[in-house]
Ligand binder design. Structure first.
Ligand code: MLT
Length: 263
């Protein structure tokens, strides 16, 4: 369905009933990342998966896309769907940075957090320079140059070698991101705040999920994040890289179902 915000229309998928379970995709992906969760978790919760602005079938808009702006968009999506109950907010990678922003802006709207393939730290100075370089590449060579540079790092070595269907699916998914979306994200990613100081203040039930073969965010970073969030749990998923929900959907869905059911 289409949700109209003040300046953009966002495309949103929904499945199931009950407690809202908001899935926020990463960069430069779209809501189809969550297809196996929309199909597999509708018995557990009301699954809601938007395309962020500039991604998938949502409208592009000029950047920068701060993590706060993207979190505000997610809150408007929940409002438009009358999902007033505190949500389980699950963000993957950039979606996790947005989940941190959502939690800071609307703590009363967060029933629980699922932090997938993400980190609380901001970009280092080298990381910021790499974002600027990627913006220059995107402007000069287009979206495909970004897609082909990122693709080899997105999946585990095993998935890349043995699942050409998943590799192709991720390539197609990334190609739907508009140039404005890529540039908006990169500026927002480069300038995102440090979420580490707030980890000790997170009071809601929290589950960290991470692939053991994540080449973009090494698992020790996820373990350190989990150790800093009181009462949180971690689930490491074997033979998964940066997209554990897509590479190992059964293990991912089982972890989410167990966590949500126990709330
Ligand atoms: C993502 O998957 O959202 C990105 O890898 C996040 C990042 O580049 O920091």
């Amino acid at each position: 369905m289409r949700v109209r915000l003040r300046d953009v229309g966002l495309e949103v998928d929904q499945a199931g009933n009950g407690r809202p379970l908001l899935f926020i995709h990463g960069y430069p992906l779209n809501r189809s990342l969550w297809e196996m969760q929309l199909n597999g978790l509708g018995d557990t919760a009301r699954v809601i998966a938007p395309d962020l602005r500039g991604h998938g079938a949502s409208d592009p808009a000029p950047g920068p896309y701060s993590m706060d702006l993207l979190a505000e968009d997610c809150a408007h999506v929940l409002d438009a769907l009358d999902a007033a109950e505190p949500a389980v907010v699950c963000g993957l990678s950039m979606g996790g940075y947005i989940a941190f922003a959502f939690q800071r802006l609307y703590p009363e709207r967060v029933g629980a957090l699922i932090l997938t393939a993400t980190r609380p730290a901001p970009d280092s100075s080298e990381g910021k320079a790499a974002r600027d370089q990627a913006m220059a590449t995107a402007k000069e060579k287009g979206v495909d140059a970004i897609v082909e540079a990122m693709l080899p790092k997105m999946l585990s070595t095993k998935t890349t070698a043995s699942r050409p269907d998943i590799v192709e699916r991720v390539r197609r998914m990334m190609r739907t991101t508009s140039l404005e979306g890529i540039l908006g994200d990169l500026a927002g990613l480069r300038d995102r705040p440090d979420s580490r100081p707030g980890l000790g203040d997170i009071r809601c039930p929290t589950l960290v999920i991470h692939g053991t073969d994540d080449q973009i965010i090494p698992p020790p970073e996820a373990e350190a994040m989990q150790a800093a969030i009181e009462g949180s749990k971690i689930r490491l998923i074997r033979d998964a890289g940066h997209l554990p929900n897509l590479e190992q959907p059964d293990a991912f869905n089982a972890a989410v179902r167990e966590f949500v059911t126990a709330l």
